[in-house]
Design a binder for this molecule. Structure first.
Ligand SMILES: O=C(O)CCC(=O)C(=O)O
Ligand SMILES: [Fe+2]
Length: 424
């Protein structure tokens, strides 16, 4: 199953359908927002139907924006929040809601006529591209529709000889060999670090520029750390002495940060697929992250947005030594991926990632603390991608003396993960 999903996620859906028709002059009015969590599925269905059946269908961008707000309102309503810029993100946990809505609307006959079926398929794939529906769910539903033969033929997965993915207009090579090497290092020793910038693309510099602009516009907020309080419940609080970065969560479709979104999608698609494949192919006990479990099954985090943009804003800000998924406050995170975005980094800027642990001792660049503990330092240069086990590897961010940017993604264990993966 993991392999099947991985191959679908590599299909470039942008190439399977014709370009959007021109934007209409009068888009249909929005249905009323949901008033409570139970009415959200109906609200989604209504929004979807109004988009599909309108005599003046909006373009893909407008349509996905509407579905995106309808989905984001789930989190707002569920938590009893007032909608604000912070709460508009779509969590992976919400994606099946929209897929289910598409299935209901399709079953309800909105697709009965071939042109309507084609429109439904178009919108579904636009949603997959905007990360509002999982690719494999979109494809599975498309195959149940009565689509015209040319469209159906176009929906077959791309052959392996396909040209590399083009991410939102940027040419990004798949960088597959280096990703597979990193995955192998991760499984063997718990840590993998790229030797050359990844992905090999102008996206990196564009993303750094966006990150700097977002910081300047006040778009990043102080981060929080987890703490076990009285009665053993876990609290989240700011603690700038322990962790001094400011962050912004991204879900891969953030309109004000297209290059960061494209990198988020690259991590979600290319890196995730490579790690899943490596984990699925590893014989039992040959994956240092699987603990006592026979296999490690990875999927995107269901509770967090896909990626976190973080900035340590100079002044010696740091993140003290920690394990991301500490067994004292356990969650489902298994892999931490950090992509650094600091084009002009100099050693005097500080902010290296220091990784501790026994396997590091064998690394050619390993150093030792005064107490002879082995460690490895990763320089946060533009395009350096570091991977390590979120539930095993101790690490810290050393004091930063210039603004230091990184895009992080956590890959979690799937719901059907066999027990024992947290045990050493
Ligand atoms: O940015 C880095 O190098 C790592 C940050 C980190 O440890 C974290 O966010 O948990
Ligand atoms: Fe960390």
């Amino acid at each position: 199953m993991a392999n099947a999903c991985a191959s679908h996620s590599r299909t470039d859906w942008r190439r399977v359908l014709p370009a959007s028709p021109p934007a209409p002059s009068a888009p249909p009015p929005l249905p009323p927002p949901p008033s409570d969590a139970r009415s959200i599925p109906h609200a989604l269905d209504d929004t979807l139907r109004s988009l599909l059946l309108s005599p003046h269908p909006p373009d893909d961008a407008t349509a996905t924006l509407r579905l995106r707000s309808a989905l984001a309102s789930f989190e707002v309503v569920r938590k009893g929040l007032h909608p604000s810029a912070d709460d508009r993100g779509v969590r992976p946990i919400h994606l099946p809601l929209l897929a289910a809505s598409f299935a209901r609307v399709a079953a309800g006959g909105a697709h009965a006529a071939p042109p309507a079926a084609a429109r439904l398929a178009r919108l579904l794939l636009a949603c997959a591209r905007a990360f509002l529906v999982e690719f494999h769910a979109a494809r599975a539903l498309c195959l149940t529709l009565a689509l015209p033969p040319p469209l159906l033929a176009a929906l077959h997965p791309s052959p392996p000889s396909d040209p590399p993915l083009a991410v939102d207009g940027f040419a990004a090579t798949a960088d597959g060999a280096e990703l597979r090497r990193l995955a192998a290092c991760l499984l063997r020793s718990g840590v993998g670090c790229s030797a050359a910038p990844l992905p090999h693309s102008p996206l990196l510099a564009a993303a750094e520029a966006e990150a700097r602009a977002l910081l300047a516009a006040g778009g990043l907020r102080p981060s929080v750390v987890k703490r076990r309080g009285a009665a053993r419940q876990v609290r989240r609080c700011e603690d700038p002495q322990r962790r001094g970065d400011v962050v912004r969560w991204l879900d891969g479709a953030d309109a004000d940060a297209p290059a960061l979104s494209a990198l988020t999608q690259w991590l979600r698609n290319e890196l995730m697929a490579t790690l899943r494949e490596a984990c699925a192919a590893a014989p039992p006990r040959h994956n240092s992250g699987a603990g006592r479990a026979p296999v490690l099954l990875l999927e995107p985090s269901r509770n967090l947005p896909l990626a976190m943009l973080a900035c340590y804003p100079a002044g010696g800000t740091r993140f003290h030594r920690h394990v991301d998924n500490d067994p004292s406050t356990p969650d489902t995170r298994a892999v931490t991926a950090v992509l650094y975005l600091n084009g002009g980094w100099e050693p005097s800027d500080g902010g290296c990632l220091r990784i501790y642990g026994a396997p590091i001792a064998d690394h050619p660049k390993a150093q030792r603390t005064a107490a002879a503990e082995p460690y490895l330092e990763v320089e946060p240069r533009l395009g350096t991608l570091a991977l390590f086990w979120a539930h095993r590897v101790e690490h810290e961010v050393l004091p930063a003396y210039a603004p230091r940017f990184a895009l992080s993604m956590w890959m979690c264990v799937a719901a059907d993960q066999p027990e024992g993966w947290m045990d050493s």
